[in-house]
Write a protein that binds this ligand. Structure first.
Ligand code: ATP
Ligand code: MG
Length: 237
């Protein structure tokens, strides 16, 4: 059975001034199986963030629907949607500072989603410490978000996003601000979590390292899927 099912998805924004329609998604259809590591590629303005936001339950489509694990997320009540976002989805954004809460240490940042999920405090600490050790951040646990590098911050963001072992992880140009070495590090960690936890991952990226790491990818142009790329096709790109 498909884990994610996207059917005839359309999103039309309105220009805030003229109110003229801005088509962002023009009828998207695809399915993703549980545990797959999938890329979304495409030029600026193609609709990548819009697509990810709808799948993550952060934005309503104009028409069409998304089913996750057999449930149509556009039909969920507000309360169910909050639970879905909190328990089933991990989000990782492009700007490191968007993934962390300032005023909290790195360790507290990773404990927060576990606290929200009502895990006992000792367990929050244990899981957060283990994740930070695994991500090579043992020496940064007591730092504030503005006292770590961008690459480190993205790894903390990954720890936050994965802490509750969500079924789905959505990432939007998460290595956009990072150099090649840090990007590869993040990609490798994502891949290893995906394999170990069975997390389905849907990652928007322009970077070669990502394209090569995915099981396959969708090319998005003008709000439509233009190509489906597998690694074989991507080689030499
Ligand atoms: N809230 C909004 N209101 C109006 N138009 C919007 C809004 N958000 C996005 N758009 C427009 O919808 C289209 C798709 O935007 P989207 O952010 O999904 O693109 P993207 O593929 O993520 O681009 P990028 O690679 O630059 O992040 C663009 O034309 C954009 O200007
Ligand atoms: Mg975007």
């Amino acid at each position: 059975m498909s884990f994610i099912e996207v059917v005839d998805l359309v999103k039309v924004y309105r220009d805030p001034e003229s109110r003229l329609p801005i088509p962002a998604l023009n009828g998207i259809n695809f399915t993703i199986k549980e545990g797959e590591f999938v890329g979304i590629f495409g030029p600026s303005g193609a609709g990548k963030t819009t697509l990810l936001s709808i799948i993550g339950g952060l934005l309503d489509p104009t028409s069409g629907y998304v089913k996750i694990d057999g449930k149509e997320i556009t039909q969920l009540t507000y309360k169910e949607l909050v639970t879905f976002r909190r328990e089933q989805v991990g989000y990782l954004w492009q700007l490191p500072e968007d993934n962390l809460i300032s005023g909290n240490t790195v360790l507290q940042n990773v404990m927060l989603p576990l606290q929200i999920a009502n895990k006992p405090r000792e367990e929050q600490k244990k899981i957060a410490n283990e994740l930070l050790d695994r991500l090579g951040l043992s020496h940064r646990k007591n730092h504030q978000p503005n006292q770590i590098s961008g690459g480190e911050a993205q790894r903390v963001g990954l720890a936050i996003a994965i802490a509750n072992r969500p079924k789905l992880l959505l990432g939007d140009q998460i290595t956009g601000e990072l150099d090649t070495t840090s990007s590869i590090e993040v990609v490798n960690h994502l891949k290893s979590f995906s394999e170990e936890y069975g997390t389905t991952m849907l990652i928007v990226s322009h970077k070669r390292q990502f394209i090569e790491a995915t099981d396959y990818g969708f090319g998005l142009v003008d709000g439509k899927i233009s190509t489906v790329l597998n690694n074989f096709q991507v080689e030499g790109a």
